[in-house]
Design a protein around this ligand. Structure first.
Ligand code: MN
Length: 725
């Protein structure tokens, strides 16, 4: 039998009026009747009338103190999608604003969540866009999701799991970012129940069994506190707040502890009128119970980026059992419960709008990342950025002016620089943390004050920064820099690394690789020219493996050349080295180059190789490219000249146990030796060892050996050797 929705309205009206005595009941009743009429006959999975759902959504929105327009939109949020009503009809009856909200929610709904990552990224992107247009759209969507989660038991198990994981991935972090904690906790517990039913019910049972004991303990604490506060003039309220099951579960699995070992399952909360009262209560609490050092958190002095304000302290109670006390004003409490929604009330009040604006900072940040990416940011990258930065654990960092920024855990100063602004990152030359100069790789902690030193002469970011930064935002911006400003360089780097890999491949290395082949493969892979392909290798988007495979597949059967060509790589500097090396039997006019495979240095045993039309290339005598040579007639004796003041590039490879901080140690030592570093590349291997490839500039082997000896004194270094091919 259909419900009597006219009678039902009386209950609904009560709730609306309780939250806002000036609510426009005519407008709300009109939306109520309109939605009820159009949903009439529709049923939910539970068998109830469909219209029950929009009523609950609207009630939630009313309890969040949202305005009449949002409540109306909540009542009608499924009308455009599930009934024949058109946007124009709604506009005519309810005006632009309400229709805009309903339309926004409808558009979000059309996103269907698939496990495919791009789809998901696209969903979040739309969500963010909707938010930046009008955050009320997202609040309606959250209220909608909350009720759907509460009634999830009527769905199939597959659907339950899917909806729960979508909620945990998208809606819970959104509620957190918007500071709507009550909703966040409820959603988390509901997700937990459907994702891990066994663990959920087991834990719920344990919590239930201990309930009486816990309540007795809390009541004792409240009594003690009551006595202490009743003599003061403070207007206070004390309550105990049970912790959500999901957060207990998280704590247990994160710290690998048993249920019995969790003491702070209930926090005591004190609400007062003023900020001064908050600190006074904190003092009283600490005079009764001993505080645990470092567990006092002043989010009033330094609010969280999502606007959360409160004092937290954990103290030792009876039998040294710790418990948490949260102290805040009633206004702050209200804001914690409803987050961004709490500020909606003040939207007409100009003086409050900046504070409201601050709460939206993170939305603007996301929009900025998207904008800066322009066409370059594909969905995958955008999703990675969100997952890595927006939805991960965070630390809070302050600028010298006191502005607060949130960053992923383990971020370094470069992450911070890029969070402040792209140009600050690109022009960054140093960093101070809490007034002290630190290396770039220094990991930041919550509360650090970070000052970024910039120089307009900076050449831009360095490639090793990619190995130091934690946030995908910084990573993407550094990559973008290399894409845009260093294209030439990337072409060279990409080409080098391709040919270096090719040399290792016996099937193809002896062929004369023709430019046309490379052009063809570039086109196959979607690059207009081979240079574009090289550049893409250079900035790390394309790996050489697929190119080599294609080359092998297409061309390995083509005839080998009569005489094999040793790859003589250009040295970066154009200068002729013929002054340093004397070639026997030839005059000094011949073009002499140093082979990049082994990078000879004065002091090395060397030999010349007569190339075809490219002069003589000088190799170290035991360079594999020389020892494997099948045409020894091309070799020629060469000698070092003694008058050399020049420096030569040498490649060395260092393996370290852990690369944290190593780069700084190594570069510090090398520069103390007055040796310049020409290039550096840092990566990890499968054993999680750090592999550091360095090209240093040294005058001779003596200096090189000295340097290697010194480097060996660094403890974490496992091995060092000179790369000769
Ligand atoms: Mn709905």
């Amino acid at each position: 039998m259909a419900k009597d929705f006219q009678k039902e309205f009386l209950k609904f009206k009560e709730i609306v009026l309780k939250n806002n005595e000036n609510a426009n009941l005519n407008l709300i009743k009109k939306a109520y009747d309109f939605a009820e009429y159009h949903h009439r006959g529709q049923k939910r999975n539970s068998g109830e009338d469909y219209f029950i759902h929009p009523i609950v959504v609207a009630e939630t929105l009313s309890n969040m103190q949202l305005d009449d327009q949002t409540i109306c939109a909540g009542l009608m949020h499924d009308v455009l999608e599930d009934t024949p009503v058109t946007e124009d009809q709604m506009k005519e009856l309810f005006g632009e604003e309400i229709t805009f909200l309903v339309d926004g929610v409808t558009k979000l709904k059309k996103l269907n969540y698939k496990t495919r990552e791009e789809k998901q990224a696209e969903n979040i992107r739309k969500m963010v866009l909707a938010m930046s247009n009008d955050v009320r759209v997202i609040l309606i969507k959250l209220a909608d999701r909350l009720h759907n989660m509460r009634t999830l038991e009527y769905k199939t198990e597959k659907k339950q799991k899917q909806t729960a994981s979508e909620t945990l991935e998208i809606y819970v972090p959104l509620a957190h970012r918007l500071g709507i904690y009550t909703m966040k906790w409820e959603l988390e517990d509901l997700c937990f129940r459907y994702q891990k039913p066994e663990e959920y019910y087991e834990l719920a049972q344990m919590v239930h069994n201990k309930r009486r004991e816990r309540e007795a303990y809390i009541n004792e604490i409240i009594d003690t506190l009551n006595k202490a506060l009743s003599t003061s003039k403070i207007n206070y309220e004390i309550s105990g707040r049970p912790k959500g099951l999901y957060s207990i579960y998280k704590k247990m699995s994160r710290n690998k502890i048993e249920f019995n070992e969790i003491y702070d399952m209930t926090a005591v909360r004190v609400l007062v009128d003023t900020v001064a009262d908050c600190y006074e209560v904190l003092g009283k609490v600490h005079s009764i119970w001993r505080p645990i050092p470092n567990r006092i958190k002043d989010y009033i002095g330094q609010p969280k980026p999502n606007g959360y304000r409160s004092l937290h302290t954990t103290v030792f109670g009876e039998d040294s059992k710790p418990f948490e006390v949260q102290i805040r004003t009633r206004q702050m409490h209200y804001e914690c419960e409803y987050g961004i929604a709490a500020h909606w009330k003040y939207k007409e009040n100009k003086s409050k709008s900046t504070e409201f604006d601050e709460k939206l900072t993170f939305i603007r940040q996301i929009m900025e990342w998207q904008k800066e990416g322009g066409k370059d940011v594909d969905s995958k990258e955008f999703l990675d950025t969100l997952k890595g930065d927006f939805f991960s654990k965070e630390i809070y960092i302050y600028s010298p002016k006191g502005e607060i920024y949130s960053l992923p855990v383990n971020s370094c100063a470069i992450d911070f620089a890029y969070r402040v602004h792209t140009e600050v990152g690109n022009k960054c030359v140093g960093a101070k943390v809490n007034g002290k100069i630190v290396p770039f790789s220094h990991k930041l902690n919550t509360g650090d004050v970070v000052e970024i030193l910039t120089s307009k002469n900076s050449q831009g970011p360095s490639r090793d920064w990619l190995n130091m930064v934690q946030s995908n935002q910084a990573k993407n911006k550094i990559k973008q820099f290399f894409k845009r400003y260093r294209k030439e360089e990337n072409i060279e780097i990409g080409k080098d690394s391709l040919f270096r890999e090719l040399r290792k491949n016996k099937e193809i290395y002896k062929r004369d690789i023709k430019d046309e082949w490379l052009e063809e493969i570039a086109n196959d892979l979607g690059y207009p020219t081979k240079d574009e392909m090289f550049a893409s290798i250079g900035f790390g988007k394309t790996n050489t493996e697929q190119i080599i495979q294609k080359l092998v597949k297409k061309h390995k059967d083509e005839l080998p050349k009569q005489i094999e060509e040793i790859d003589i790589t250009r040295t970066n500097s154009k200068k002729s080295f013929s002054n340093e090396v004397r070639v026997s039997d030839l005059d000094d006019q011949v073009d002499v180059k140093f082979a990049k495979c082994c990078n000879p240095v004065p002091g090395d045993q060397i030999v010349g190789y007569i190339t075809k039309g490219k002069g003589i290339s000088v190799h170290v005598r035991n360079c594999p490219n020389i020892t494997n040579l099948k045409s020894p007639e091309r070799l020629i004796d060469v000698y070092w000249q003694n008058n050399s003041n020049d420096i030569f590039p040498v490649r060395i490879q260092i393996t370290t146990k852990d690369k944290t901080g190593m780069i700084f140690e190594i570069t510090k030592l090398i520069s103390a030796e007055n040796v310049s570093i020409e290039a550096m590349n840092v990566r990890s291997n499968d054993n999680h060892e750090g592999i550091i490839d360095l090209t240093v500039l040294v005058p001779n082997t003596e200096k090189l050996n000295e340097l290697i000896m010194k480097l060996k004194t660094i403890k974490m270094i496992e091995s060092i050797y000179r790369v000769k091919s």
